[in-house]
Design a protein around this ligand. Structure first.
Ligand code: FAD
Length: 417
C-alpha cells in the first residue's frame, strides 16, 4: 500500500526542460544537494515555448545563490541590462511613462517619497515625480553603471533581458554539472498508484519508465501531470484579462541597445520590444475577440523597428491559474501553474518564487497536508496580486479608442459599483 504521509521524498522527477524545468533543477540541486536525487525529462521534438526574455530584479538573487559569474552569464545568454519598462501610448496616444525598478526620491520612515511630492505639488512645485528617479534618468539617457552606494537612492536596481533558449541551455549545463540527470524522450503515459492516486512513474514513448516520489510539472501550458493526469482544475481569468493570443518574432538588433523593455499599446492589445545583444525580441499580445490573428500579425510586422529575422510564431493562452498548484505529489511550476500576460515580466519571477517556496516547504519525510496547504495559499495570493496589478494597467488610462481597454474598464466598473 502506498502511504504518501510516511514515504520519505528522495527522488524528484522534473517533467519538462524549458526555463521552469531547468531553473527548478538548478535551484533544487544547489540548495537541497544530496538530500534528493533529481532527474529531468524533456523532449527536443516538442521543444519549448521559446519566449520569456524580460525579467525583474529578484532574478539576480537566483544568480547569486547559483554562484553565477555575471560577466559570463551576460556573455552566454546574450543578455542586456533592464532598468525599467517604458509604457508607450498606454495613458493616451503619443504619451509614455516608465515603471522603473528604482524608487523616486528618498522615503522617510513610515512615509514614502510620493507623499512629499504630492504635498509639494499642492504648494505649486511643478517637478515631475520621475525627476527624482535615477533609473528613469539613466533609462532616458540610455546609460547604466553598477553603483555600490551606501544610500539606496543612488543605486540603479536592474534586471536582465536574455535569450530564452540560451538561458535554458545555460541552466542545463549548470544543473548537469551539479549532478542532475537528464533524460531525452517524450512522456507518453503517467502511471498512478491505485490506492492514493499519486503519480508513481512516467513512461516514455520508447518504453522507459521513470519512477519518482515528487514530480515537478514543467511541461508548459498543457500541464501534462497536474492538469491532464490529475485534473487539478484551472481558474480562468479571461473575464479580467481578456488577451488570449500572442505573435512573436525576432528582428535584427537595434543599433542602440536601450536599457529598458518597451510596451507599446495598440488597439486590441500591446507590443513588446526586448533588446538583446544579437537581436530584438518582439511580440504582440492581443484579444482575438477584436482582431484576427492575421491583423495582429500585420500590426506587429508594421511596427517593428528593425528587419525581421524569422517567421512569426502564434501562441494561444488562457489567462488564469491552476486551482491547486501542489496537488498530491505534483507541484506545477511555470506555464503549467498558470499564465498572466507578460506586461510586467512576472512569469519567470513566479517560477523563481514557486521553487523557493517548494524548497522552504519541502516534504522530506512525507506529504504533510499542512505544507501543501501553505504552499497553495501563498501561490494563490501571489497570482492574485500580480493579476490585479496587471488589470490596473488597463484601468488607469484614458484610451477611449481601444476595444480591449474599454472592455476591461467596463468590467471593473461593473464590479466596483
Ligand atoms: C507571449 C509570451 C511572452 C512571455 N514573455 C515573458 C517575459 O517577458 N518575461 C517572463 O518572465 N516570462 C514571459 N513569458 C512566460 C515564459 O515564457 C515562461 O514562464 C517560461 O518560458 C517558462 O516556460 P515553461 O518552462 O513553463 O514551459 P515551456 O518552455 O513550454 O517548456 C515545456 C517543456 O516541457 C517539455 N514537454 C512538454 N510535453 C512533454 C512530453 N510529453 N514529454 C516530454 N517533455 C515534454 C517540452 O519539451 C519543454 O521542455 C511569456 C510567455 C508568453 C506566452
Amino acid at each position: 500500500m502506498h502511504n504518501p504521509l510516511t514515504t520519505p521524498i528522495k527522488r524528484v522527477v522534473i517533467a519538462g526542460g524549458g526555463t521552469a524545468g531547468w531553473l527548478a533543477a538548478a535551484l533544487m540541486k544547489k540548495v537541497l544537494n544530496s538530500a534528493v536525487e533529481i532527474t529531468l525529462v524533456e523532449s527536443e521534438a516538442i521543444g519549448t515555448v521559446g519566449v520569456g526574455e524580460a525579467t525583474i530584479p529578484p532574478i539576480r538573487l537566483v544568480n547569486q545563490v547559483l554562484g553565477i559569474d555575471e560577466a559570463q552569464f551576460l556573455h552566454d545568454t546574450k543578455a542586456t541590462i533592464k532598468l525599467a519598462i517604458r509604457f508607450e501610448n498606454w495613458k493616451t496616444k503619443g504619451q509614455s511613462y516608465y515603471h522603473t525598478f528604482g524608487a523616486p526620491g528618498k522615503s522617510m520612515a513610515f512615509c514614502h517619497f510620493h507623499h512629499y511630492w504630492l504635498k509639494g505639488k499642492s504648494l505649486g512645485h511643478t517637478a515631475d515625480l520621475w525627476e527624482y528617479d535615477f533609473n528613469y534618468h539613466a533609462a532616458e539617457a540610455g546609460k547604466f553603471a553598477q553603483i555600490n552606494a551606501k544610500d539606496p537612492v543612488l543605486e540603479l536596481p536592474f534586471a536582465y533581458h536574455f535569450d530564452a533558449t540560451l538561458y535554458a541551455k545555460y541552466l542545463r549545463k549548470l544543473s548537469e554539472n551539479m549532478g542532475v540527470s537528464r533524460i531525452e524522450g517524450k512522456i507518453a503515459h503517467v502511471e498512478r498508484y491505485q490506492d492514493s492516486g499519486y503519480i508513481k512513474s512516467l513512461r516514455l514513448d520508447n518504453g522507459q519508465e521513470i519512477e519518482g516520489d515528487l514530480f515537478v510539472d514543467c511541461t508548459g501550458f498543457k500541464g501534462l501531470l497536474i492538469g491532464e493526469a490529475l485534473g487539478a482544475g484551472y481558474d480562468d481569468w479571461s473575464h479580467l484579462l481578456p488577451c488570449d493570443s500572442a505573435i512573436a518574432v525576432p528582428s535584427e538588433r537595434h543599433e542602440k541597445t536601450a536599457p529598458f523593455t518597451r510596451s507599446i499599446a495598440h488597439d486590441a492589445g500591446w507590443q513588446w520590444r526586448i533588446p538583446l545583444q544579437h537581436r530584438n525580441g518582439n511580440g504582440h499580445v492581443y484579444c482575438s475577440r477584436y482582431i484576427s490573428d492575421q491583423q495582429a500579425q500585420d500590426t506587429l510586422m508594421e511596427n517593428l523597428d528593425t528587419k525581421p529575422l524569422g517567421d512569426p510564431k502564434l501562441i494561444k493562452f488562457t489567462t488564469g491559474r491552476r486551482r491547486k498548484q501542489w496537488y498530491k505529489n505534483v507541484v506545477a511550476v511555470g506555464l503549467s501553474s498558470g499564465f498572466l500576460e507578460p506586461l510586467e515580466s512576472t512569469s519567470i519571477h513566479l517560477i523563481q518564487s514557486a521553487i523557493v517556496r517548494l524548497i522552504q516547504l519541502f516534504p522530506h519525510n512525507g506529504f504533510t497536508p499542512s505544507l501543501q496547504a501553505e504552499y497553495n495559499k501563498q501561490s494563490e495570493l501571489e497570482f492574485e496580486q500580480i493579476r490585479d496589478f496587471l488589470v490596473l494597467h488597463y484601468q488607469v488610462n484614458e484610451r477611449s479608442d481601444s476595444a480591449v481597454f474599454l472592455m476591461i474598464c467596463a468590467i471593473l466598473n461593473c464590479q466596483i459599483h
